[in-house]
Design a protein around this ligand. Structure first.
Ligand code: SF4
Length: 216
C-alpha cells in the first residue's frame, strides 16, 4: 500500500512556523470541520496578524475571532485557541509545548488531550508534524479510506483505527501514509461518487472490488 501511495509525493499545503509546535496545535484546531482551503487561509491571516504565539495568546478574543473568520466556526475556535493557550500557560509557565519533546508518545498524547477542546486526532497531528513522532493521525479521510480498502472494519472508530494502522505500518511509513490518504480522500475517494478509475488504491480496495464484482 505504501508503494502505491508513494507513486506521488504528498506534502502539506501550508507552512507552519518552525520551532514552535504550539502553532501546529493552533493550526490543527482551525482545521476542525472545515475545508483545507478555508482553514489554511484563516491560519495565514492569524500568523500575519499575530506573528508570535505570545502575541496571539495576549490578543483580545474578538481580534482572534476576526482574523480566523474566513475559516468558519470562528467564535468557537477562537474560544478554544484562547482556552488552550491559557491552559498551557497555567501548567507550564509559558506557551511552549517543548516539554512534550522529552516524554513518550503516550504521555504527550495524554497531556494534549487534557487541554480543552483537543481530541485524539488533533493530538496526533501535533505529535507527527510538531515533534516528528511516528504516529498516524486518523481524520475523516483516513478513516473512510481505511474502511473502504479493508484495513479496519466498518465499526472501527478513529481512535481504534489509529492503533490498528500503527500496527500495520512501520514508524517511518506513517507520515507518508497519513499525507497520502488525506490527499486521496480530498481529491479522489469522495464520500459520494469516489473516483475509483484514477485511484492508486483501486487494486487493493475491498469497496471497489465488491462494486466491480456486483457489476460483472
Ligand atoms: S478505489 Fe475507490 S473506494 Fe477504494 S480507496 Fe480508491 S476511490 Fe476510494
Amino acid at each position: 500500500m505504501v508503494s502505491r501511495l508513494s507513486a506521488r509525493e504528498y506534502t502539506r499545503e501550508i507552512e507552519i512556523p518552525e520551532g514552535e509546535p504550539t502553532w501546529e496545535l493552533v493550526h490543527a484546531i482551525l482545521s476542525q470541520n472545515t475545508s483545507s482551503k478555508n482553514y489554511n487561509f484563516a491560519f495565514k491571516r492569524l500568523t500575519e496578524r499575530f506573528p508570535s504565539i505570545e502575541e496571539l495568546a495576549l490578543a483580545p478574543l474578538e481580534q482572534i475571532e476576526e482574523a480566523i473568520r474566513p475559516g468558519g466556526l470562528s467564535k468557537k475556535k477562537s474560544t478554544v485557541i484562547k482556552g488552550v493557550l491559557e491552559d498551557i500557560r497555567k501548567r507550564t509557565g509559558g506557551y511552549s509545548l517543548d516539554l512534550l519533546a522529552d516524554i513518550n508518545v503516550d504521555e504527550a498524547r495524554k497531556f494534549l488531550t487534557s487541554l480543552p477542546g483537543v481530541g485524539a486526532k488533533t493530538a496526533s497531528v501535533v505529535l507527527l508534524f510538531g515533534f516528528g513522532r511516528d504516529v498516524l493521525p486518523v481524520d475523516t479521510h483516513v478513516l473512510r479510506i481505511a474502511k473502504r480498502v479493508g484495513l479496519v472494519d466498518q465499526k472501527t472508530d478513529a481512535v481504534r483505527a489509529e492503533s490498528i494502522l500503527e500496527e500495520i505500518f512501520e514508524p517511518p511509513q506513517r507520515k507518508s501514509v497519513h499525507l497520502g490518504l488525506v490527499r486521496i480522500g480530498r481529491e479522489i475517494c469522495y464520500p459520494r461518487k469516489p473516483l475509483h478509475e484514477i485511484c492508486p488504491l483501486a487494486e487493493i480496495c475491498d469497496f471497489f472490488q465488491s462494486e466491480n464484482s456486483i457489476a460483472v
